[in-house]
Design a protein around this ligand. Structure first.
Ligand SMILES: [Zn+2]
Length: 219
């Protein structure tokens, strides 16, 4: 296999899944690292940029939705695979900034084939992401989170800052990074069990229909 030296970063909050996946892929010759959520994944990425990022979507702390959108923006050359048990099939769920989707529980062969394809395809053409697309922040608990601060990862400096969110879902908002003063567009999404791909599509369409509101931002 040509890409056996590819460097992988595997992100999942379930230790069994990330460890077994990392072990299996390491045995096949991949260089593997693991992280338990988006925050630690960004920490790993700062140490060394992986070739392929394989990330769970539903995680406490920083979810895969947010991690993938940050990585897509900041490291567009990193191939990314979203994985989840909450979606089925092999299509990337709408609004998720990944090149491919791996349904948890599918065969390792399917994952390997996916990674091989990623390596050879013109990935940016296959998965266009508009610069105005916001960072997706997942409400972990909608009711409790309305008053609580959320952490936002800055795609520019990769540090996180706290923000008190409003209560509306899927509305594009803007925040200023407290570290580097970059403008960060973000949107809250429903917890995964309540998430419909339609709501993501709507929000993405909204972001794209308003390019003028994005023009002043750094990306
Ligand atoms: Zn920043």
């Amino acid at each position: 296999m040509q890409n056996t030296a590819a460097r992988l970063l595997i992100v999942d909050d379930e230790p069994v899944i990330r460890t077994s996946l990392a072990l299996a892929l390491a045995e096949l010759g991949f260089s593997t690292r693991t992280a338990e959520d988006g925050f630690s994944a960004l920490h790993e990425i700062r140490q060394q940029i992986p070739d392929i990022l394989i990330s769970d979507l539903n995680m406490p702390g920083m979810s895969g939705f947010e991690l993938l959108s940050v990585v897509r923006r900041r490291f567009p050359d990193v191939c990314s695979i979203a994985m989840s048990g909450a979606f089925s099939g092999d299509e990337v769920p709408s609004g998720v900034a990944a090149d491919a989707f791996y349904q948890k529980g599918s065969s390792m062969g399917a994952l390997l084939q996916m990674m091989g394809n990623l390596h050879h395809q013109e990935r940016r053409a296959a998965c266009p992401t508009e610069p105005s697309d916001p960072i997706w922040i997942q409400h972990s608990n909608k009711d409790a989170a309305e008053d609580a601060c959320i952490s936002i990862a800055c795609p520019e400096c990769l540090r996180t800052f706290l923000l008190a969110p409003g209560s509306s879902i899927s509305q594009i908002r803007e925040a200023i990074c407290t570290h580097c003063s970059s403008s960060v567009r973000y949107a809250m999404v429903e917890p995964l069990d309540r998430l419909s791909s339609q709501s993501l599509r709507n929000a993405t369409a909204e972001a794209r229909e308003k390019p003028d509101s994005a023009a002043q931002f750094y990306y």
